[in-house]
Every structure is written in C-alpha cells, then in structure tokens.
Ligand binder design. Structure first.
Ligand code: GDP
Length: 431
C-alpha cells in the first residue's frame, strides 16, 4: 500500500493533521521537541483507498540544528514515500525552515502537497495565497483542529498517490488444500481416510464417469477442496511415472492451493525428496501443516532419532505445526482440520501499521541493527504490505544483514503469532 510522509517544522500542527487524516482513534502522541515518538506510521483510508501515513516527526534527525534536521527529514521522506505532504503554519507564514524544506522538496520526483494549517477563519486566506511563493504548488488551506477542508486535502492526497497493487483475492468457496509428499508416504491412504471408505468404493464403481480433479472433503464441520487428487483417489501410482513428473505435479498442486499438508514418513529417515518438497512449499509462500505419517510404526528409539532428524531437516519450516498421524489406524487425523484453520488464519492475518511500529521501535531501541561499514542503519518504519503470505516491508537507511532480519522475524512471530504461515520480510533501503 502506498506511503504518504508528512513533514514540517515542530508546532505547525503535524500530529493534529495526521490525526485528522487517520480520522479515528489511533491517536498520534503529541509533538514534544527532542523526544522521539514511539510510533511513526499508521494505516489511513479515504474514498476506499488505503495508504500508510508516516509522521516524520518521529524520526530521529541525523542532522543537528532545527533547520538542517527538518530538511534532512524532508530529504529522507522524499526518498522513501510515494508522496510527501508538507505542513506549514499559515498564521505564521513561511519561515526560513519552511523555505529550507521547500528547497529540498522542489527536487522531488514524487508528488508533493502543501497544507497551510491553522486557517481557523477566513481572514487568514490571503496569508495562505502568499505560500505559493514556496514553489510547491497550490497551498491547501486547512484547520487540523477544526477539520476545515480536510476532505478536500484528502481528495488531493489520494489523487497524488499511486494505486495499490491488487492483492490476491480469497478464492470463493472452500479453502484449497494440497496434499503432497513423496511416493508411498501415504497420500492416498490419508485421502481415503478423510473422505471415508464408502466414498472411495462409490468412486471405483462409477469408474466410467470423468473424475473431477479436486475432492471436496468435509472435516470438522467445514468443507475443504483438496486440489489435484484425481490420481490419489484412484490409487494410480503409475501415472506419476518418473520423479520429474511427480515433482511437476507436486508444484502444480501447491500452486493451486492456499495451504499445503506435507506428509512425511515418520518411520524412515528424511530423504532428499522430502527436502525438495519442503523447498517447493517454502518458495510458494503457501501456509503449511506438517503431518508425520505412519506414527503407528514409530517406537521409542525411532522417536528420539526422528527428533534429531527433524531439528536439522526442518529449519526452514520451524513455524509449521507438526501433527503425528497414522493414515492406517486413523490416529490423530482429526487434528489436521484445526491445524489447517490455524495456518490459514495466520496466512490471512494483517497487523495494523500503528501496532507494528509501536512493537518495532521498541525492539530496535533495545537491539539496534549491527553497524556495517562504520554506519548504523536506521529502521524508519514498517508496514505489512500484504497477506497470503504476510509480507512486511522495512524502510531503512542501510542494509540489514540476514541474521538481523531473521532476528526480526523471530521476534515478530513471538509477538504476533503467525503459526503455520511463512512471513516474508523485504527491506527497502533509502539513503
Ligand atoms: P502414496 O503413494 O503417498 O499415495 O501412498 P499410499 O497411500 O499408497 O501408501 C503407501 C503404503 O503405505 C501403503 O501400503 C499403505 O498401506 C501404507 N501406509 C499409509 N499410511 C500408513 C500408516 O499410517 N501406517 C502404516 N503402517 N502404513 C501406512
């Protein structure tokens, strides 16, 4: 979702105006010179358009001296956001600091809007006109305190912002599940168990009808669409032919699913083939449940061995729930539906921008990113840019190493959950 940065010197009413733009209770903390605000970014919405508002007053200025600091913030805002809103105090007029900010922003390649705040009564309108001299286009007269003309300003803002890229829509109807795993791991057996034996008998009698590619399965009071199961239901293993075709088929099933059940054979060591399946799932960004099948064959010794294998083999999917099942005896098969639901809820989850930044600024204050090349990268703010899979974007002034990104992901999961879903973290570096 597009980002609007709000800049201006202290006391022009930035925070009040940001609150106006947010139009609801997620209130911005008052401007206190010299004090870093704990939150800087928020979700806003106007005429059906969603965008992120960043209050640059919460950024720790890198330059010293008011004028240089505000100009530096404007510079950063211009390089980070999709549009910049400059706020000036119409009752004071353009100050030297406002001029310095305007000078920076006149170079901006992205749209810049000018808000003339504190126009609480019409007599100030002539002062507003004089702000054309800043060279930032039309000054929008507003009174953040009284709400005057904030609708017109918001219209201008959404017009200036780029359209958000469309998100993957939820496919209507039952949620889509892929059942994958190497040959003989027990996929057909599990599907038969889930659909009930009767159903497969009926299918084999009605052998002449064309098979639907997917199976609708009711689990725990909810109907699910198991995708691409035609081969599984008929127990046709020859169709898979070579491993190459089996892997293409696996990829296709994963691609048309929302959540994947990866079947692993608990009675055997993890194989290369298992790891390839897991890699496909991780790369797909789908939600995932790990089912350790053939648990009826697992004794005490094997269990200890298995723990060790899984700790090593499943490092990339530590977030996935593991269910120990037996497709043969039906053991714990009932636990699959709740696990699928949890995974999908995580896959669909969105953390509000205000909450995200309140958490993030605390985390970063306690454990700042490691210094690289003598420079301390700053994390300016973050938004959750998307769901399915949940994707965070961190806006920074420098590269964040992989170890630090993993640290952020781990802490993010500790705070917000997301069990069963991958979480992607993208970093956008702006100097
Ligand atoms: P697929 O190739 O993944 O579809 O695997 P199948 O469902 O055809 O199962 C392969 C073999 O494993 C069959 O002989 C099954 O009876 C057996 N099998 C499947 N699940 C279990 C299980 O939970 N326990 C045991 N002991 N055997 C199983």
């Amino acid at each position: 979702q597009p980002v609007l940065a709000v800049v201006g010197r202290p006391n022009v009413g930035k925070s009040t105006l940001v609150n106006r733009i947010l139009g609801r209770r997620e209130a911005v903390v008052q401007d206190t010179p010299g004090v870093t605000r704990d939150r800087v970014a928020y979700d806003a919405q106007w005429s059906g358009r969603r965008f992120t508002v960043v209050d640059t007053g919460g950024w720790e200025p890198s330059a010293t001296g008011l004028q240089a600091a505000v100009a530096a913030q404007a510079e950063l805002a211009m390089n980070t956001a999709d549009a910049v809103l400059v706020v000036v105090d119409a009752s004071v007029g353009a100050t030297a600091t406002d001029e310095a900010v305007a000078k920076v922003l006149r170079r901006s390649k992205r749209p810049v809007l000018l808000a003339a705040n504190k126009v609480d009564d019409d007599r100030l309108l002539s002062d507003v006109a004089s702000l054309w001299s800043l060279g930032l286009g039309e000054p929008h007269a507003v009174s953040a305190l009284h709400g005057r003309s904030s609708g017109d300003l918001l219209d201008a803002i959404v017009k200036a912002l780029p359209e958000a890229p469309r998100e993957r829509e939820a496919v209507a109807g039952p949620r889509r599940v892929a059942l994958v795993g190497k040959p003989n791991v027990g996929k057909s057996s599990l599907l038969n168990k889930l659909t009930g034996e009767e159903r497969s008998v009926v299918d084999s009698v009605a052998g002449t009808t064309v098979d639907p590619v997917d199976s609708l399965v009711e689990l725990d009071g909810q109907v699910w669409r198991f995708v691409d199961t035609a081969g599984l239901r008929k127990r046709v293993h020859t169709a898979s032919g070579t491993e190459y075709y089996a892997s293409l088929r696996t990829k296709a099933a994963i691609d048309s699913s929302e959540v994947v059940i990866v079947l692993l054979d608990a009675s055997e060591p993890l194989s290369e083939q298992d790891l390839r399946v897991l890699t496909s799932v991780v790369e797909s960004g789908r939600a995932c449940v790990l089912a350790l099948n053939k648990w009826d064959l697992v004794d005490e010794d094997r269990r200890h061995q298995l723990e060790k294998e899984l700790d090593r083999g499943l490092v990339r999917v530590t977030w996935a729930e593991r269910v120990n099942i037996s497709a043969l005896t039906g053991r714990s098969v009932r636990k699959l539906a709740p696990a699928l639901r949890t995974a999908l809820a995580s896959w669909d989850q969105r953390v509000p921008t205000g909450q995200l930044n309140a958490w993030l600024s605390e985390l970063i204050a306690a454990t700042p990113p490691p210094v690289r090349g003598g420079k301390q990268p700053k994390v300016l703010f973050a938004t959750q840019a998307g769901i399915r899979p949940p994707t965070l974007v961190l806006f920074t002034t420098g590269f964040l190493e992989a170890g630090y990104r993993r640290f952020i992901e781990r802490k993010f999961r500790e705070r917000f959950g997301f069990e069963g879903s991958p979480v992607r973290i993208n970093v956008r570096v702006r100097e």
